[in-house]
Design a protein around this ligand. Structure first.
Ligand SMILES: Nc1ncnc2c1ncn2[C@@H]1O[C@H](COP(=O)(O)OP(=O)(O)O)[C@@H](O)[C@H]1O
Ligand SMILES: [Mg+2]
Length: 290
């Protein structure tokens, strides 16, 4: 039985196509089990994709991740995994079946997520370490979107107060014109996308976007923030820790943080998810630092 929240999210993001995909999923999974001699096990907590434990034909434990056919996100993820797989900070891609809508991935064991179960300082240090390890030198720009593509989302904004869009558009233009050494970023490096694997932290779920490193911290800084007593102090502390641990430019992190929060608010509206207000609250915190 697929969780109701998952069905709801898939409907929000993909509409009718998502409903059709969900209805056909059990048969599709059974077909892959048969065709590839795999056995699908327990589900992981799911948001945008079907993710579960799987036993491969040789008995090896792995993870299956499935999305809608021709799902651009899954294809991007495959391309990003192929690049980052040359480093040591990312879970490996075992098999690419994106033509049929799924990937087989190395399984993180025990796979504990870098949530707020540990002190924030330690979590930031771990994330900074993963950022170092997934550094990519050799990538083909035609396979990946650029941050300038992502930020076109500001133009599609609906129901977001104009002042946020105006300010983010100005700041992002400046940031893009100052970006001289673009690199391939994970693009969604938050606490739930960093898992423990035999005592080492590894990233999963890369989006693969061309940009600069200071953008990468924005997603991490946003997560597990408003559950804290003093979100503003926690945000400032995280930024300062990233500055020290990863040698990042504080001013750029703040500016990307503001723009990233506004863009996320736009995406929340687009995907019919109830996270826009929180992202705008975050933009307000960043604005105090701009
Ligand atoms: N390779 C893996 N090893 C262990 N657990 C995984 C792995 N990939 C995903 N998971 C689990 O599944 C959850 C959802 O996977 P994720 O790839 O982040 O999906 P989504 O694209 O929906 O965010 C993760 O937070 C993690 O708990
Ligand atoms: Mg994820």
């Amino acid at each position: 039985m697929l969780p109701e929240t998952f069905k709801h999210t898939i409907h929000g993001v993909h509409g009718e196509n998502g409903d059709v995909w969900i209805r056909g999923l059990p048969d599709r999974l059974a077909g892959w089990e048969e065709k590839y001699g795999i056995k699908i096990g327990n589900f992981y907590p799911m948001t945008f994709h079907f993710v579960a434990e799987v036993t491969l034909y040789g008995g090896e434990e792995a993870v299956i991740k499935a999305g809608l056919p021709a799902d651009k996100e899954l294809i991007n993820e495959k391309n990003a995994l192929a690049v980052f797989g040359k480093g040591t900070g990312m879970i490996k891609l075992l098999e690419d079946h994106t033509d049929e809508g799924f990937l087989l991935l190395e399984k993180a064991v025990p796979g504990t997520i870098l949530s707020d179960s540990m002190k924030d300082e330690k979590a930031v240090a771990a994330a900074a370490g993963v950022m170092e390890e997934i550094r990519a030198d050799d990538w083909d720009s035609k396979h990946f979107p650029h941050l300038s593509d992502w930020f076109k989302g500001l133009e599609r904004a609906e129901d977001i107060p104009e002042r946020y869009i105006k300010k983010a558009s100005v700041v992002v233009k400046e940031l893009l014109s100052e970006m001289h050494h673009p690199t391939l970023l994970h693009g969604d490096l938050h606490q739930n996308n960093i898992l423990s694997h035999h005592g080492v932290w590894k990233a999963i779920d890369p989006k693969g976007v061309i940009g600069e490193k200071e953008f990468e911290t924005a997603v991490f800084c946003r997560n597990y923030l408003f559950d804290k007593h003093h979100p503003f102090a926690v945000l400032q502390n995280r930024l300062s820790l990233f500055e020290k641990a990863a040698g990042l430019n504080l001013d750029k992190m703040i500016r990307w943080g503001y723009c990233g929060a506004v863009l996320s608010a736009c995406w929340c509206k687009e995907d019919h998810m109830p996270c826009a207000d929180e992202n705008l609250k975050l933009a307000d915190l960043y604005e105090k630092l701009l």
